[in-house]
Design a binder for this molecule. Structure first.
Ligand SMILES: Nc1nc2c(ncn2[C@@H]2O[C@H](COP(=O)(O)OP(=O)(O)OP(=O)(O)O)[C@@H](O)[C@H]2O)c(=O)[nH]1
Length: 292
């Protein structure tokens, strides 16, 4: 852009001579300079925010041509050209329709691009809705998605010989909380618990809502000891961070996956969670370890 403006200055001062200060119309200068500055700012904004591609190319080339014309237009106020010289006047006016045409083509391409992106998002949303992969309350993935993900991770773990852990999180006495504070407060608590679990996990882990007050966690490339360490703070974090009543607890059951199918692994986890005795409900049960 700087080169284009420098070219305009060069052409202008090569073909004409500087006007005396007294004959310069500063109102014209103000109007034309503001138009040029706005065009330059618009172009810079467009180029810095848009990804590379045909739309940006069209906007950029059209914008450069306009900046060239507008620069000559502004310089016209400071430079006097010989009366018989038509070239500068052509350079000021002729490229403008071309620049605007390129910008219009860019706008058309942009519209096409926007329609495509909207269609793609709509398709994705439809897929997610149809497959019921998102839980509307917590915006976590559902148990159905967890099953799909677990199957994929089991295959991956077998190929890479990496450990894989899954965990089950169950709130204790959640129905009592619901009864005491109402289901709206219960909904909010479930939402906060889901956020808290997500915060404690690593980006590679995944937490899903199984149903009601139960959550499932997938911890790829993680053995039992490491998973236990990662989730150790969860029961306390839920009760202290969320300021829940003393009776509300959290049971976390861990299982290191050795099974070959998601179904078997989930059965093992459910069985381990069901056997968790009341006295370990506030911590991480080790029941699953024996099965791992
Ligand atoms: N607020 C709210 N409550 C829900 C939702 N889904 C299920 N529930 C309630 O969650 C409670 C789950 O019951 P339980 O599995 O017995 O939970 P609990 O009281 O924690 O029982 P234990 O786990 O055995 O301690 C029921 O009262 C359901 O009505 C929901 O989306 N929002």
């Amino acid at each position: 852009m700087v080169l284009v403006m420098a070219l305009a200055v060069l052409i202008s001062y090569q073909l004409g001579s500087a006007k005396a200060l007294v004959i310069i119309d500063f109102y014209d200068v103000l109007g034309e300079a503001s138009t040029l500055i706005l065009a330059v700012l618009g172009l810079l904004l467009m180029v810095s925010t848009r990804p590379q591609g045909r739309v940006t190319d069209h906007f950029y080339s059209g914008g450069l041509i306009l900046v060239f014309s507008l620069s000559l237009d502004l310089l016209d106020e400071f430079v006097h050209y010989p009366d018989d010289l038509r070239l500068v006047s052509w350079l000021e006016s002729l490229p403008q329709p071309l620049g605007l045409m390129l910008i219009a083509i860019g706008a058309l391409e942009w519209r096409k691009e926007h329609l495509l992106v909207t269609r793609q998002l709509a398709t994705r949303e439809k897929v997610l809705r149809e497959h019921q992969w998102l839980d509307p309350l917590t915006t976590l993935y559902t148990a159905r998605y967890f099953h799909y993900l677990l199957q994929r991770e089991i295959s991956h773990a077998a190929e890479s010989a990496q450990p894989l852990c899954i965990a089950h999180v169950n709130l204790i006495c959640f129905s009592r909380f619901n009864q005491s504070y109402g289901s709206h407060a219960g909904d909010k608590l479930l939402h906060h618990v889901s956020e808290l679990i997500s915060l404690l996990l690593r980006p590679s882990d995944c937490v899903c809502r199984e149903h009601s007050d139960r959550f499932l966690i997938l911890l790829p490339n993680t053995d039992y000891a490491h998973a236990r360490q990662l989730l150790a703070g969860l029961p306390n974090a839920i009760t202290s961070e969320l300021n829940t009543p003393a009776y509300l607890g959290c049971q976390v059951t861990l299982h290191e996956v050795k099974e070959h199918s998601a179904e078997q692994a989930l059965n093992a986890l459910t069985e381990a969670a069901a056997h968790t005795s009341a006295d370990v409900q506030r911590g991480i049960t080790r029941a699953a370890r024996a099965r791992a």
